[in-house]
Design a protein around this ligand. Sequence first.
Ligand SMILES: [Zn+2]
Length: 524
Amino acid sequence: MKTISVISLSLLLLSPLVAGDLQERCDRLSRSQMQGVIEYLSSDALEGRAPGTRGGELAEKYMHALFKMLGLDSRFQPFTLHGFQLEALALTANGRRLVLQEDVVGSYVRAESEFSIEGDAVFAGFGIRTPLWSWDDFKKADLRGKVLLVRVNDPGLYDRRIFMGSALTYFGRWTYKVEEAARAGALAVLLIHTTPTAGYDWQVVRNSWSGEELYLPASLENDLKFRGWIREETLRSLLAGKRIDLERLYRRSLRRDFTPVDLGFKVRIVGRNRFRTLPTRNVVATIPGSSGRDIVLSAHIDHLGRDESLPGDRIFNGAIDNGSAVAALALVAKMYAECGRTLHYGLTFLACQAEEAGLLGSRHFVSQADPRRIVANINFESTPVWGKSPDMFAAGAEYSTLEGMLRRVAAEQGLNYTPFSLSEQGLFFRSDQFPFAQAGIPAAWLSAGEKDGAGRNRLAEFFKGGAYHTVKDEFDPAWELEGLRQTVKLAIGLIEHLQASRETPRWLGRLPFPAAATGRETVD
Ligand SMILES: [Zn+2]
């Protein structure tokens, strides 16, 4: 026992020096060293890196080769996805035929090429059931075999005193509504689209639901066969035919005593579907630690592929989303591979696939892992590529003791710790840190600050109507990449803090999403 404590004491004494050394190594990285990964992954040769395509496979092989070259133990983690592409759809409600793409979009998620389903239409409020805010929209209603019409967002948007006010909780995300409808045994779910509640207009919904939809097979092991969206105006006119006032239903749905409302008509969904299975892979590299527990660092390698219907440029290169973030992951791996010392917590580098299709690669990774052996997840997403920032952010760190650690790391590095300005868009729920958090593992999307030295918020510009998810997200050799360097240094600062203190991050207070219990203590 004595020798162990002498060793751990000497490690503690040593660590500031080692940490300083790692930071200096980061300062010495040249722009060309930081560029390489972004340049290659976002090149036209990789054709937008969609899972199951040649470009997607090249991205996997590249990461595997890169990790091996660094001397890490790297392996592929193969998994299968199910893809569904709607070819024709006729949706009839209350005797009226709705127009695909104009009134309704959706996807049928069974391996049949021709399908026909029918069920009673039920308005199910916000479709939320959670003990966190003592909210249950379903009560004792039997929703098996029904077609649920559900509002997006959460009641906090209308009443600041409930949920987290205007800050979006996971219970407001459409993906949650689909999961809850599946748990209730519903046959279909139609999300009611309005621009203020969804955060984007109908055009965005239409575009993102017009191609192939990918799923993990395990997420389809339920009775929910169809999921989609209906335009609010369409629903309003349908209900007018039944003399039902939509506004009245909405008012009722803001109350805790709301119960589902049978709308008195059937919805029939008939269509043709194309189904395929496609193999894909995460790449997982490790540096073992002596404790048998790991810190998982992650970044998704996939992007949106190609769109043949576009005139001119058809390749979604995804240089910022997520080439720069993969570069951050690779650079942290390089630093630790080169320093070669014995770690307390092992490091797992997860280059995951199919994030754009719904965080599928990270979800698969988490489903195969033992959450008790993962201390924390540090995710990189759309890492800033511009000039040095005076600050940093860590989306989701506020839910756990990671925030306190990161405040110290930021102060040590002369940075201000700032909240992420886009948190009302629920971005914490929309990248690979989230499946870790759902499994009960404290997680954060770690990044240099949004503003560059001149105070311009380049990251918000990117996400809000900039190059984000367009063919314009391309590599620019003029990028200074100081934000990338800062992000790498922050991750190293946090890893070093965890290694030296041997702390296990814990949740703090109330979470805005359901997280599995892992036996970790919660402190208030
Ligand atoms: Zn991304």
